[in-house]
Ligand binder design. Structure first.
Ligand code: EPU
Length: 337
């Protein structure tokens, strides 16, 4: 375990932004992480890095950046219907999903191909195609970055919400998630409620889909409209989908009769940010080294040499024009650092 100085983070963030970490260290076990946290090195501010897939680095990071590469996949509990697996926080999320699918363990197949690591997934309660991490979450173990102690968080403790958890709010920057426990189904019933999945399965003439079929369909859908970060730097959806009160929505619908919308159980209406951004003319538009992706306007991309500041400027311009046209304030889903 060596602490490096002024280390480039270009290959450690999916936007591919070339900023430097003042100090940088890779940890491969809980023990190593505890050692770092309890050493003099921890006098610096600490930042835990997973897959770097949900952040926009706008400047050099004047901190000790700790890259979590803690591995592991272990069945720790099993009954007739379910299995609990304990997974290392540094494991690649998609590899974890594929492992579950291969073992016929259901619950995470709709979350195929989401970039990032297992340890980062609870922080923003990742979700896609009708499933969220919280639906399969059992508990997690995290290291308190002040004391180095291991603490356990049950689901209620995490306060999961739409792309949200306590680790994005009150406990932001205070813990490193080292292990996540998931409860998976042995004879899973698949969730194909999301239109794009139904359409893909129909086109493939699959009537009784297995979790493998659902995973394959999700991979195909994502590949068809989301850019591969290894080819074109990006951080997935840049903004959250806004939710607005029904009265505000009805007033908007009078002006924009084709507005895409989804009623929510709480009476509010969700309007896809991608639609709002496209209506403002940003889809496929390139501004210098950055732009809104041609197939999904909610995804901002780095065409190669963009700086984080440039992407952030674009994001603010986009949010400004959405607010001017629709009176809706869209907020970033990614962490701006
Ligand atoms: N739309 C447009 N133009 C666009 C993009 C979208 O008009 O350029 C409209 C379309 O009507 C489309 C609707 O928006 O039907 C919804 O689009 P999509 O199905 O692509 O989903 P999304 O709401 O843009 C969310 C998540 C994604 C997740 C998908 C599928 C958020 C912020 N994003 O996107 O998550 O994969 O649903 O469940 O909730 C991520 O968080 O990084 C991410 C990719």
């Amino acid at each position: 375990m060596t602490i490096q100085e002024n280390h480039s983070l270009k290959t450690y963030n999916t936007f591919g932004l070339d900023v430097k970490a003042r100090y940088f260290v890779i940890v491969k076990s809980v023990k190593e992480l505890q050692e770092v946290v309890r050493s003099d090195a921890a006098d610096h501010d600490l930042m835990i890095l997973g897959g770097g897939s949900n952040m926009l680095l706008t400047k050099d990071v004047n901190k000790l950046v700790i890259l979590n590469q803690i591995e592991g996949f272990e069945v720790v509990e099993e009954n007739d219907h379910t299995v609990v697996v304990k997974v290392g926080g540094g494991e690649n999320w998609h590899e974890f999903v594929l492992k579950c699918v291969r073992r016929d363990l259901g619950g995470v197949e709709n979350l195929s191909l989401i970039p990032g690591t297992v340890g980062a997934a609870p922080i923003q309660n990742i979700g896609a195609y009708g499933v969220e991490l919280k639906d399969v979450f059992e508990r997690l173990k995290a290291i308190n970055l002040e004391s180095g102690a291991i603490e356990i968080f049950e689901s209620e403790d995490c306060q999961f919400g739409y792309r949200d958890s306590i680790f994005k709010r009150a406990l932001k920057g205070k813990y490193a998630i080292v292990q996540v426990y998931f409860r998976l189904q042995k004879e899973a019933s698949v969730n194909i409620s999301y239109g794009a999945i139904t359409n893909t399965l129909e086109a493939r003439n699959i009537e009784n889909p297995t979790i493998q079929d659902v995973s394959d369909a999700v991979i195909a859908i994502r590949q068809s409209k989301l850019p591969d970060p290894r080819v074109l730097g990006n951080s997935g959806s840049f903004f959250k989908n806004p939710e607005i009160p029904a009265a505000q929505f009805e007033a908007l619908q009078k002006r924009f009769s084709n507005i895409v919308h989804y009623p929510l159980p709480n009476g509010n209406i969700k309007v896809p940010a991608g639609w709002l951004i496209e209506q403002c003319g940003w889809k496929g538009k390139r501004v210098g080294n950055t732009g809104a992706y041609e197939k999904q306007a909610l995804v901002l991309v780095n065409y190669g040499e963009a700086t984080g500041e440039e992407v952030w400027q674009l994001a603010q311009d986009i949010a400004g024009s959405v607010e001017a046209k629709f009176g809706i304030r869209i907020v970033p889903e990614v962490n701006i650092l």
